[in-house]
Design a protein around this ligand. Structure first.
Ligand SMILES: NC(=O)c1ccc[n+]([C@@H]2O[C@H](COP(=O)([O-])OP(=O)(O)OC[C@H]3O[C@@H](n4cnc5c(N)ncnc54)[C@H](OP(=O)(O)O)[C@@H]3O)[C@@H](O)[C@H]2O)c1
Length: 251
């Protein structure tokens, strides 16, 4: 049995997931790096990680059977899951006054399956082995959009809001088992998925939403996740950490 801690990071080939994998590898975790379709980027990412023993695991986490297979494969290959980082997610544009009803249905189902059900299914599956060991960390990447409204992506905002709520419920359910559960809610972060949307809105205007006058970097989210995965963050369980450069302040 491997005694080094194992972190399963979903959507680890790019963006925030990749930055979380990098930050956790630097702190001594073995990374189980999940990707869906970006095999080459995932292989390249793996070569840049500090340490050894990291492995790739292909799965579409929006599919429950694939999520289940993913957890089984990680536990069978690496022996354990100490930390689960649910980073895979996607912003899907919707137009309530333009979409066909069939499109509306499909985009709600896809967004809920990926942004909400994927993370909670993986939380359930990973928690089973964490419960046996009496320790673990589950970290969900949600979004500022859960709080401020997403007029062009209501399903995304709703899914992230529900994931924040599930985070807090699971923190209460799993605390007695020694498992801590957190959410990190980024604002605009410069990633392959977000950068074209930021450019389309006007980079300077988006940067000006923050009093820092800039857009967030993936490594800044990775650092927060690495801290939450550490032994020092236990009493923060149930927290939703805003990482949005004060661009949106909630009460
Ligand atoms: N960047 C931002 O401004 C921002 C702000 C708030 C929240 N977030 C959240 O941060 C997380 C990461 O976003 P990002 O900006 O880093 O996006 P990204 O660069 O597109 O990364 C998302 C990753 O998730 C993977 N993925 C998508 N669907 C998947 C599935 N069904 N199964 C497994 N992997 C899947 C993608 O791989 P494939 O392309 O191969 O599917 C991709 O590698 C998301 O949850 C997003 O909602 C981002």
């Amino acid at each position: 049995m491997n005694e080094q801690k194992v972190a399963l990071v979903t959507g680890a080939a790019t963006g925030i997931g990749k930055a979380c994998a990098e930050a956790l590898a630097t702190r001594g975790f073995i990374i189980a790096a999940n990707y869906r379709s970006r095999r080459e980027e995932a292989e390249q990412m793996l070569t840049t990680l500090d340490g050894t023993g990291h492995q790739l695991f292909q799965a579409d986490v929006s599919e429950p059977e694939q999520a289940s297979r993913l957890v089984d494969e990680v536990v069978s290959s690496l022996g354990r899951i100490d930390v689960l980082v649910n980073a895979a997610g996607q912003f899907t544009n919707q137009t309530i006054d333009g979409d066909m009803f069939s499109q509306w249905q499909q985009s709600w189902q896809h967004s809920m399956a990926l942004n909400l059900m994927g993370p909670v299914n993986l939380a359930f599956l990973a928690a089973q082995s964490m419960i046996k060991r009496g320790s673990g960390r589950i970290i969900n990447i949600t979004s500022r959009g859960a709080f401020r409204g997403e007029p062009t992506a209501p399903a995304y905002g709703a899914a992230k809001s529900a994931l924040n709520s599930a985070t807090q419920s699971l923190a209460q359910a799993l605390g007695p088992k020694g498992i801590c559960v957190y959410a990190v809610a980024p604002g605009w972060t410069e990633t392959p998925a977000a950068s074209p949307r930021i450019r389309a809105q006007g980079w300077d205007g988006v940067a000006a939403q923050s009093p820092l006058g800039r857009i967030g970097r993936p490594d800044e989210i990775g650092s927060v996740v690495a801290f939450l995965a550490s032994d020092n963050a236990e009493y923060l369980t149930g927290a939703i950490i805003d990482a949005n450069g004060a661009s949106y302040l909630r009460n």
